[in-house]
Design a protein around this ligand. Sequence first.
Ligand SMILES: [Fe+2]
Length: 270
Amino acid sequence: MQRLLSANNSYRLVQVTDTHLYADTSHVLVGMNCEEGLQDVMALIRKKEKVIAGVLLTGDASQDNSAMSYRRLHATLATLGARQHWIPGNHDELKAMQRALDADNRCFDKSIRFGKWLVLMLSSNVVGAVHGFLKKAELDFLDEELRNTAAEHVLVCLHHNPVPVKAAWLQHHALQNPTEFFKVIDRYPAVRAVLFGHIHHVLKKHRNGVAYYGSPSTCIQFHPGSEDFALDHRNPGYRWLELHGDGQLLTGVNRVTNKSYSVDFSGIGY
Ligand SMILES: [Fe+2]
């Protein structure tokens, strides 16, 4: 049976996000081979993490929405020996993802318990658009889960950033209805943190006693403060999270070191 609790009685999760894989592993994104980035991050996770209770895949799994890329990513993450929890990003199509991963449909469970913690996975993608939006059904689901849960602490995950980022071009593609999201979150003091992908850089903010975390991609990194599209020289990475029974959430980011990638830093989009 899979061991879930770490030696310090916490649940250790890893967030792997914005893998942007292609069916063809030789394909590159703005000069970078995303499969190579993912494999390097996987090696880092294996080196750094002992007991993983769950893997949070917070969107942009695939760049070409191909069944092959979804299946390959699922098989790769399965080597960590933990349950996977997936939500779509703007480059994904939820139905295509679900069809491809039919064999493990539990990875689309939206409500997961880890001891006293509840993790909620929200879908914020809008088919054909880069920005995000939480539909009424998704907000109602969030409200209902928070109202009915017996969990003492809650982590909410979605793909798009609900809090603003400095990079102006990226902010155009943020969650478009954060006020409606905050309206729900603000009613439930059990919410400790909100976790997202999409921004390809590290961010930490606080709002009304809730921590908001953005994370690096496993491939290209976006410059955190640029007006227009710009890539950052930082390496790929992942975020770890430790959920403690007393409500404490510890988290940090690990990146690949001692390696440089063939990223095209003059790229004007992706
Ligand atoms: Fe992305």
